[in-house]
Every structure is written in C-alpha cells, then in structure tokens.
Design a protein around this ligand. Structure first.
Ligand code: ARG
Ligand code: ZN
Length: 872
C-alpha cells in the first residue's frame, strides 16, 4: 500500500477523551480502552468508525456499555470497522484487547526490556495496543490506569499523577491524567522495578516541576549528567524561545532495548540507555555530548512536536527538522559554536548527502511512502534542520524569533502542516517564501557552480552563480531553488568584508540565488579579493568553485569565521585526496601532501585557536567523504591507500608537534565540559599522527595504559586496532578492555565497533567471530548496530571487500533480523544505498546480495520497501 500526501482527509469522528486501563502481565496484558466519540462537523450521518490495529485480537466491543452485535462490525488484526452508530453523540466505545509484551520483539507497542514494561508508539505503535485512530491529527485527553503485581513497583504514564493504591490481592495500581490533548504516538507507559534520581526545576513563571530519571537499580549515579543537561535544556528553551514546561512532573526512563535514540512522549520521555548513562570510566566525551543533545532534543519536542504536532506523517520534518535545529543551537550555545557547527556539517555530508544522491533520495517532506518508519532519515532530520536555518538566514534572527513566537501562539494545540509553519515567517517578515517551499518538496542536493571575474580597471568583482539539481526517484525535472549563500570577500592583505552587491534586495554578506543562473557585482573593490562562499554552510549544497590551492590557503589563513576557515582547509584536503585516490586506482605519481601538511600544521600550532577546533582541522576527510566527492566508479581500497599516504606524510612532517600535543592532556579530575573535551580530542588526534610517524604501537599502548577515562582509553585502543592490527600490544589492550568491561554491554559496544571498523579485507571474518562472542546479542538493537552497523556503514574497505563477503554478511543479518525486528533490519540495509557508485565488480556483488534479500520469503514492508527502492 502506498500513502500519498494529497489524499489527506480528516477522520469521521473526533475523540473527546480516552480512558485506558492496563492489567499488566508478561504474556496476557489486558487493555480496556474507553473513548468518547463525536461526529466531526460535516461528516456523513452514516459514516462508519474505522480504527487502526496491528496484530490485535478483539476481546470485547461495546457501545454505551452494550455489546455491539456481530452484524454491526468487521474486525481483523489491523482494522476495526463499526457501523450503525448511535445517531446522537457523544457516545462511548469500549474496546478490550490482550497483548503479549514478552514476545513483542519488534519493540513497537507495549514490550518488555530487561524485565521492565515499556512502550514505543511513534509512528504507528499505539495500534499494537488497542484499535484506535492511530494518526497524529486526532488529539485527545488521556487518563491511564495501570494495574500490576506489587513486584512491579514503578507504574508510569503521561501527565500528572492521580494517585496510587492497592487493587486486589497482590496487585496495586497507579492512575495518570494528561490534561494536554495529544495524538496517540505520544502515549507512553513504563512499569518495572527501577532506580530513580530526582531534582526540581523552577520555571520562568515560578512553578516547581519535579524531575525524575529512572534507570536500572545501581546505575543511578550514571544519570546525573543527563539530569544536569535536562535542567540546562529547560532553562535554555525559556531564554531562547520563551517556552515554559507545562506539567507538574517531567520523567525520563532509560531502557536497554530500543530501536532509536529516544522518544518525546508527553511528560515521560523514553530513552535508549546509551543516551542517558555516563560516567568518566565508561563514557567518552562524545557520549556526553550526545546525551546533552538528545536530552535537549526530546525536551524541546514538548513545544515543537507535542503542543504543536503534525497533521500527518508526511509533515514529520515539521517537528523533527525544527527540533534538531533547536537542539543544534542549544549545543552551540552550551559549547563552542564553530566546533559544533563543523560537526553538524560533517554529519550532514556524511549521512544526508549520500541519501540525497542515491536511490533512497526523498524530499524533506515526502509526498508518498509505503512504510513511514523508513522516513526517519537524515533528510527529514538533518536537512530539515538546515532548511529551518536557511529561513533564519533569509529573514534574519529577529524576524525568525518573531515567526517562531507567532507559530507557538497561532498553532498551540493543533496538528499542522509545513505550509502553516512557513506562513508564520512570511507573515512576520513580508518575505515571499513560495519558492523556498521547494526545499521541502524537491529532493536532491543542489549543485552551485561559482566563478568570479575581477575587473581591475573598473574595480568591480562579479560573481556568477549557477544552480542545478540532479533528477531523483520520481522527480525527473527540478525547478530553481531559493538558495541563501553567506559569503565574505578577503582582500590580498587579509581584510575580510561582507559588502552588499550592486543588485538591490540583497543584504550584506548573503547572496540569494533564486534563478538558474545569476550574476552579482560588487563595486569599489580596490584589489582582486578571494571569495569565501557558503560561509558557515548557510545552504546545504555542493559547491563547485574554481579556486586555486593558493586562494584556499588565503581563506584558511584569514577567514574570521572559524567554520569558513575550516571549510577552506577541508576543501584543500579533499582536492588532494581526490587526486591521490585517482592515482592510487589508475597508476601514476602520487601528488605531494606537503602544502596540505603545512596548512594543517600551521593551524595546529596556532594557540589562539581552541584545541577542539584544531582537532577538527587535523581530521582528514574520511574514506567515505572522499568516495562521495569522487561520486562514481569507486574503489575503496585505492581511497584507503591515498588517504593513508597523505596521513603518513602529514604525520612525518609534524612529528615533533604531534608528539608534544599527544601528551598535552587537561589537568585535574575528569570533566566532560567542552574545554577539556577539546583538549582530549586534540591529544587523541595528535596521538594517531605521531603513532603513524614513529610506526610503532608503543605510544598508543602507553596512552592506553595511562588513560584514566574512557575517552582516552577508547581513542588509544582504536589507534592500536586500526594502525597496528597484528601487534602484541593490540592483543593485550583488547584483552584487557574485555576483562575490565566485559560486564558492561554499552562499553563492550565500543570494543566491538572499534574492531568492526578496522580497515581491510580481514575484518569481515573478525565480525563473524564476534557474532559468536558473549558480548553480541542479535536481539538487542544497540549490540547489532555496534557490530553490524559499524561494519557496514563505517568500514568502507572491510564492508566493500571485492569478493562480496561483506554484502553477503549484511544480507544474512538483515534477513535473520527482519522477522523479529523489521525496523532494525531495514535501517541496517540502508548501508547499501550507495552501491551504484562502486566500481563494476563490487556493484555486481552488491546487486546479487540485494536480489538475494529481495527474493526472501515473507519480507516485512520495512525491508521490502528499502530493498526495492535501493535496486530501482
Ligand atoms: N521522535 C523520536 C525523536 O526523534 C524518534 C522516533 C523514531 N521513530 C521511528 N519509528 N523510527 O526524537
Ligand atoms: Zn525528534
């Protein structure tokens, strides 16, 4: 079945309220759902009631307490239709179902994780609990009663507590009431024997909110950073957007079996434990940063997602793109803004650009889908966030804030569309955003070609821009888009200016490209400047600009914007690595990495730059980055060789500097704060270079032995495993790590990932071995992603082994996972999305593996949707 955006129709009935009663039992949980229904204005008097279900069996069906006669309804596992409904409304419908949480391996609906009950309802999990209008535009008020044996002490749901008490012999109950109308995907229930940490937050209007984070007993200490991040998020949303929390209590629960990062259920966020639990011995700086970002993301959803939600799932980016934008700016404010922005650009290019240029390309707001779970993508989330950022660039920060205020005021309590959202910014700014809507409706990364001409006699600089967007599945012809390109001109003496072009309607520092090709002229330019274009990555485009190595070096030296400076350095590195990769594939002399080494070393030596920034500069484009820039006929081994050659050359040239920096660690006790984390990032990067320069594992092993925190320990282990796979030191470190952390699955995930990402053909055999190790668990999504996900999406040479073994391994895992957890299987399979850009031998192997998956019997819609689109 294909769903189309254009087919939207409201339901025949509105739901005034719903009362849910759960009697929890591992295999026979009883659910009674009583809803008060009312015909929607304009609905036909004889319109039937059509509720969604998924693998449900109906135990009882009553209307106004009377059993509905068989002739008045049809029921199947995925649908309930009731006819001859009472002429007068409102009326009450009661639906009883029985569930088996214990055997629910999909992790959608009500399931058990480590013995605890929990739910995941987004996007369509509520229909696995009871028959209902399981769609985001049906908002109603929930009352929930949970009845459970007393050895399940904690009983939680959304909203405020109504009380708890004894129920019958051996059982107790808890009741919850959420006064804010919400769609079913925001419903949540959690029950189990859990530990908790508590705190309070006083809101801007002086209300006290109770904060609780539930974790497994004994892990309470490890939740304190998440609590701190939560309080900072609540404060930030008040300061940055004037948004206050709206219930008496806010709860977070960490569970160890979870298909995604976390979920913003109203007042009761459920998290993958990997994004809650942290302490210095077991979590890296990156783990801490992720926790901060995801805690913020889910909290921010309370306004962007929950108070204002989506009319239908096509509008998913309305809440996700916007909330990612909000969590990005939060982290920028909490940490170093340029360093965070550079990380965002890298992520976007690494995950969204390949999606946009491959068979799975879709618009930020798709127009059709077969399986909505396959649209929780980098395009919807990350490109969706960039689109929000572009609105701010186009109308300016003040108007952006005004537009957001209007959005919150105008649409609070509603389920709305992207058009509603965009209208708020058009209304406050007077800027027409019709062409801008193409960013939501047109897939593909625009390519902007730029060239400059300087006229010394006229003292003018003209900048000619041209845009093209490649065809994507279902969209052969593209229209020109509205592309805001921030820029600066850098004079020969290094002076940076952001003038306005002669053409009217353009603010200083931003060129708005709206036609297929356009020329902008700057007057009164005394000497030929260098153009720094798409500063800060103001638009998510590919840039093709004829710029000499000298011009790029000039930008790298003088740009005042740190992100743009990094962009220039990264462009130089990319240019060299592309050239070197072609030589490594086709033969010839490798180009010299000397100039690049000089640029990197100069930046690394510059003590006026933050250590975290210098670490970013030192990180060469990844093998996947280089492959993406080359685009076709990819030989991953040649890219690996080329990158390794440049890396070694830089390492040798900067050996003394790297040796010194590798030991320059922060003083005192470990702190996850950005400043110390930046120092560790630079030290770890320097350690990897100096290890290559001296070509022995001894320094990395010494760093491993000296490490008193997981960040340095994991960094040293990775250097050992990736650079010195056969060394005795490496075997020792791997064994030691397993010894120390063998009982902590989240930490052993790192151990598996590091090994799975070791470059080279031998890794697939090691992955197969690890699948038999006690640390792997095919039923737990974190374990599967740590091993199989890391291998297939994070190891270009290993996964793309020329004989196709990597693809066959993935195909096997996908088809074995699919019957148990289709969402996880489909997500793993997206690692194949760039198969057509490989050289022909690997392409053929990849195609065979895909066809083998496609011909498997009883594929889920999740996997069949991905495999079909990938092969098309
Ligand atoms: N809304 C959640 C978040 O981004 C993610 C839910 C993902 N759901 C899914 N079916 N993949 O915060
Ligand atoms: Zn989200």
């Amino acid at each position: 079945q294909v769903f189309h955006l254009k087919d939207y129709t409201p339901t025949a009935f509105e739901v005034e309220r719903i009362d849910l009663t759960f009697e929890l039992h591992p295999t026979e949980t009883k659910v009674a759902a009583r809803s008060i229904l009312k015909r929607r204005k304009g609905a036909a008097a004889d319109a039937p009631l059509e509720f969604d279900g998924d693998e449900l069996t109906l135990d009882a069906l009553r209307i106004d307490s009377i059993d509905v006669p068989d002739s008045d309804y049809d029921v199947g596992p995925d649908k309930l239709t009731v006819r001859n409904l009472p002429a007068s409304d409102p009326f009450e419908i009661t639906i009883e179902t029985t569930l088996s949480p214990e055997t629910n391996t999909q992790l959608m609906g009500l399931y058990r994780s480590s013995g605890n009950y929990c739910t995941q309802c987004e996007a369509e999990g509520f229909r696995r609990i009871t028959y209902f209008y399981d769609r985001p535009d049906v908002l109603t008020v929930y009352t929930v009663t949970i009845i459970a044996p007393k050895d399940v002490p904690i009983l939680l749901s959304n909203g405020n507590s109504l009380g708890t008490g004894n129920y019958d012999a051996g059982r107790h109950f808890a009741a919850w009431y959420d006064p804010h109308p919400k769609p079913s995907y925001l419903f949540a229930l959690v029950a189990g024997d859990l530990g908790v940490i508590t705190d309070t937050f006083i809101t801007m209007s002086g209300r006290e909110v109770e904060l609780r984070i539930y974790v497994e007993h004994g892990k309470e200490e490890r939740a304190t950073y998440a609590m701190d991040a939560l309080k900072r998020s609540m404060k930030w949303d008040e300061d940055a957007y004037g948004r206050e929390y709206d219930l008496d209590i806010f709860m977070v629960v960490a569970v160890s079996d979870f298909n995604m990062g976390a979920m913003e259920n109203k007042g009761l966020n459920v998290f993958n434990d990997k994004y809650v639990l942290a302490d210095p011995e077991t979590a890296t700086d990156q783990d801490y940063a992720n926790i901060e970002a995801i805690i913020a993301h889910e909290y921010f959803h309370n306004w962007t997602g929950n108070r204002i939600t989506c009319r239908d799932w096509f509008q998913l980016c309305l809440k996700e793109g916007l909330t990612v934008y909000r969590d990005h700016t939060f982290s920028q404010d909490q940490r170093s803004a340029p360093v965070k922005r550079i990380a965002e650009i890298k992520t976007l290019k690494a995950h969204q650009f390949p999606e946009d240029s491959g068979p799975l390309a879709h618009p930020v707001r798709p127009a059709t889908y077969k399986e909505i779970n396959n649209f929780y993508t980098a395009t919807v989330y990350e490109k969706g966030s960039e689109v929000v950022g572009m609105i701010r660039t186009i109308i300016g920060p003040a108007k952006f804030r005004e537009g957001m205020d209007l959005y919150f005021g105008r649409h609070d309590g509603q389920a709305v569309t992207i058009e509603d959202y965009i209208a708020c910014f058009a209304d406050v700014s007077g800027v027409a955003l019709d062409q801008f809507m193409l960013w939501y409706n047109q897939a593909g990364t625009p390519l902007v070609s730029a060239s400059t001409t300087y006229d010394a006699a006229a003292k003018t600089l003209s900048v000619s821009l041209e845009q093209t967007v490649q065809p994507t599945p279902g969209q052969a012809n593209k229209s020109p888009m509205h592309i805001p390109l921030a820029f600066a001109l850098i004079a020969p003496d290094g002076t940076v200016t952001t003038p306005s072009p002669d053409e009217t309607g353009h603010e200083g520092g931003v060129l708005e490209l709206t036609k297929r090709s356009q020329t902008f002229t700057f007057s009164g330019i005394e000497e030929r400047p260098v153009l720094s274009l798409n500063r800060g990555f103001s638009a998510p485009v590919n840039l093709q600009i004829e710029q000499s190595a000298g011009d790029l070096a000039h930008i790298a030296r003088h740009e005042t914007d740190g992100v743009a400076r990094w962009q220039a350095i990264n462009a130089s590195a990319t240019d060299l690595l592309i050239k070197a990769s072609k030589v490594a594939r086709d033969g010839g002399d490798l180009p010299s990495a000397d100039d690049l080494a000089d640029i990197l070393i100069a930046a690394t030596q510059d003590d006026s730059l933050e250590p975290a920034f210098r670490a970013q500069v030192l990180q060469l484009p990844s093998e996947a980055d280089i492959a993406r820039e080359i685009g076709s006929n990819i030989d991953p081994d040649a890219i690996h060789t080329a990158r390794r050659f440049a890396f070694d050359a830089i390492a040798r040239k900067g050996e003394a500097l790297f040796a010194r920096l590798s030991e320059d660690l922060p003083d005192g006790a470990y702190s996850p704060a950005a400043e110390d984390a930046g120092k560790r990032a630079l030290a770890a990067m320097a350690l990897s270079y100096v290890s290559a320069a001296v070509d022995t594992p001894s320094r990395a092993k010494a760093a491993y032995d000296a490490a008193d925190n997981m960040t340095m320990l994991a960094a040293a282990l990775q250097i050992l495993v990736h650079q010195f796979p056969d060394a005795e030191e490496t075997k020792e470190a791997l064994a030691d790590f397993e010894n120390r952390f063998g009982d902590n699955p989240l930490v052993m995930d790192k151990w598996m990932s590091i090994q799975a990402m070791a470059p080279g053909a031998a890794t697939s055999e090691r992955v197969i071995e690890l699948m038999d190790s006690p640390h792997y668990n095919a039923g737990n999504p974190n374990r599967v992603r740590a091993l199989i996900g890391a291998f297939s999406a994070g190891n270009p040479t290993g996964f793309n082994r020329a004989d196709g073994q990597g693809y066959r391994l993935l195909a096997k895992v996908v088809t074995e996972t699919d019957p148990k957890n289709p969402q996880l299987a489909a997500r793993l399979l997206t690692a194949m999305r760039s198969w057509r850009s490989l050289e022909s031998g690997r392409q053929e192997e990849a195609r065979r593996a895909l066809v083998a998956i496609q011909s498997t019997e009883k594929l889920s819609t999740d996997v069949s949707d991905i495999v079909e689109r990938t092969l098309n």
